[in-house]
Design a protein around this ligand. Structure first.
Ligand SMILES: [Zn+2]
Length: 318
């Protein structure tokens, strides 16, 4: 969103441990944003909600256990203290996400929620009630069509009908049958879960969501921004071998190339403080050295570089 020109406030426990949305006072603080934020994108942590926990892992001496089933979506009876706390925290985050989305909707602003297709999230009564509202749409897409490595069905629901353009009903890729299999890494001496690699949005998906949300906001007079053309998903082709690549190569590391591809300028720090410093506009600086010898006195910098890159006027005149 920031690359398109939005001012963005990110709320994420990973960025700041004070943003713990299981805490009632933190929830109250952010519920106030519901009427102010013109568009909100909500991704509820799915670690306690995924049905992947209900699949056995052969050879694992201490696998993650199921926390829910179809009759006990709020948590299985008889869970140990640690697992019960996990399930309860998951419940709080689901309820907060839905309460926040209801408030955004009632304020006339746009909201988009994203969760895996195989999540217990869909069974929560409040979720069913929300998507039953007449202005809401719901769709599915395959994350691999937005350059994810593995075949992963995802769900989006929103009061912005433009989101329907993100739909990818079929996965036509070649995938490895072992791509989701957890494995024991001898070097790290721990089990590796491929689901963790796929949790973060790919750059392609992030821009596609941002583009459609911005189109909605422009149509409803919320913002005046230039919106890039829609990214087209890739629902067919081979994904063999992709699972061995660095997951960041199609995520954080792909944000800048994708933005350039779409003709977007780098955001300013004032729009979103949490982005890596390399993403901000001031770093886009070209250094020219003539003659080709490292000499601070003769270097010339072109672009909106850091102040520390500026050379004194006396040196430049020389
Ligand atoms: Zn696929």
């Amino acid at each position: 969103m920031a690359w398109i020109g939005w001012d963005v406030e990110a709320v994420d426990w990973e960025l700041d441990k004070g943003m713990d949305l299981t805490e009632p006072e933190v929830q109250q603080k952010y519920l106030k944003l519901a009427s102010k934020a013109k568009v909100s994108l909500v991704a509820t942590p799915c670690d306690t909600l995924s049905k992947i926990r209900n699949r056995p892992i052969p050879g694992h001496p201490n696998p993650p256990l199921p926390l829910r089933d179809a009759d006990h979506i709020w948590g299985l009876p008889g869970l140990g203290d640690r697992d019960r706390k996990k399930a309860e925290d998951g419940n709080k985050l689901v309820e907060f996400s839905l309460q926040y989305a209801e408030k955004v909707d009632e304020a006339g602003n746009g909201v988009l929620l994203e969760t895996p297709l195989n999540s217990w999230f869909h069974q929560f009564p409040r979720k069913k009630k929300l998507v039953a509202r007449s202005n809401w749409v719901q769709l599915q897409y395959w994350a691999c069509a937005y350059l994810g490595a593995r075949r992963k069905g995802q769900s989006l629901f929103s009061n912005m009908e433009e989101i329907l353009d993100l739909e990818v009903p079929e996965c036509g890729h070649l995938h490895s049958e072992r791509e989701w299999k957890p494995w024991y890494c001898k070097d790290l001496k721990k089990w590796v879960y491929p689901s963790a690699d796929e949790a973060e949005y790919t750059a392609m998906l992030a821009f596609a969501m941002a583009i459609k949300s911005t189109q909605w906001a422009i149509k409803h007079g919320k913002v005046k921004l230039k919106v890039p053309p829609m990214i087209q998903p890739v629902p067919a082709g081979s994904r063999l071998g992709w699972a061995e690549l660095d997951p960041a190569s199609v995520r954080s590391k792909a944000m800048r190339p994708m933005a350039r591809f779409l003709g977007l300028d780098a955001p300013k720090r004032s729009q979103c403080k949490w982005l890596p410093v390399q993403d901000f506009a001031p770093v886009v600086t070209t250094r020219i050295q003539w003659p080709e010898v490292w000499d601070e006195a003769t270097m010339v910098y072109i672009g909106r570089g850091y102040r520390c890159f500026l050379i004194p006027l006396r040196a430049r005149q020389a």
